[in-house]
Design a protein. Structure first.
Ligand code: CAA
Length: 257
């Protein structure tokens, strides 16, 4: 049984992973990241799971990597344990992953949220990469994913000078896609996940991989990846069904085949 996360099933097809270390504002220790990975591994192969929400509490999505756990680390322990490599596996989850952020998403907390596909936030959420205050830098994607999301100048202010963003600033910067009153954030996250859960699973997987290719590749490589994924979907029953349903003016019945 996981000790640092709670697993919830609010609706058919939708699962919630809730970070649950309230005493330390959901600081992310190695066990928590391992538990998130284990949950996602199970969801990845479970056909009944179609979309996943990652969230925290009202006060904190997560206040960063666990500083108590990190404080005694050395170069050699960091290199040999290579803990942050495990964070990357979360980015490889093939189904839609939504981060629902209330409270603080700082340091590794923001990096974890940025690993998700869609980030939505409560109006009082705050975002930052304050690692510079600890004499370090972000180590789980903060210098890279944040720069892609908000552009160089704002990313530099956040990483070099620990600038925090309000939810409204994060929305304007493109870091989050929607902002809601904090008390209805989860309701909207579940609604979004429910919509995603009704979509053609193989097309969703291809769509996620294709959008992610935009961050990995040159435009030419990204366009080639998109085209390949597009062509491959013509080998699925869902493509036949989706187009037939359109022509017959009825709702498609997706099989994930
Ligand atoms: N790791 C471990 N413990 C943490 C923590 C963290 N990242 N963030 C908060 N806590 C603990 C505090 O130590 C405190 O514990 P005690 O009650 O035992 O003292 C408890 O959570 C509550 O925190 P505060 O009393 O500080 O609460 P606050 O409301 O006054 O402040 C805060 C909230 C602004 C988030 C503040 O806690 C804070 O600045 N936290 C650290 C944020 C940070 O630096 N994150 C980056 C971590 S490094 C990283 O993430 C590296 C990476 O790239 C992967």
């Amino acid at each position: 049984m996981p000790e640092n996360i709670l697993l919830e099933s609010p609706l058919e097809g939708v699962r919630v992973i809730r970070l649950n270390r309230p005493k330390v504002l959901n600081a992310l220790n190695a066990d928590t990241i391992a538990e998130i990975n284990a949950a996602l591994e199970g969801f990845a192969t479970d056909e009944a799971v179609r979309a996943v929400i990652l969230t925290g509490s009202d006060r904190a999505f997560a206040a960063g990597a666990d500083i108590s756990e990190m404080s005694g680390q050395t170069v050699s322990s960091m290199v040999t344990q290579n803990r942050f490599a495990l964070w990357q596996r979360i980015a490889e989850f093939p189904k839609p992953l939504i981060a629902a952020v209330n409270g603080v998403a700082l340091g590794g907390g923001l990096e974890l949220a940025m690993t998700c596909d869609i980030m939505i936030a409560g109006e009082t959420a705050r975002f930052g990469q304050p690692e510079i205050n600890l004499g370090i830098i972000p180590g789980a994607g903060g210098t890279q994913r944040l720069t892609h999301a908000v552009g160089k100048s704002l990313a530099m202010e956040m990483v070099l000078n620990a600038r925090m963003l309000s939810a409204d600033e994060a929305l304007r910067a493109g870091l989050v896609s929607s902002v809601y009153p904090p008390e209805v954030l989860m309701h909207h996250a579940v609604l979004l996940a429910k919509q995603l859960a009704t979509r053609a699973p193989l097309a969703l997987r291809a769509a996620k991989a294709s959008v992610n290719a935009a961050f990995e590749n040159s435009l030419t490589q990204g366009l080639a990846a998109e085209r390949q994924n597009f062509y491959l979907l013509f080998g699925t029953q869902d493509q036949k069904e989706g187009m037939q349903a359109f022509l017959e003016k009825r709702r498609a019945n997706w099989q994930g085949r």
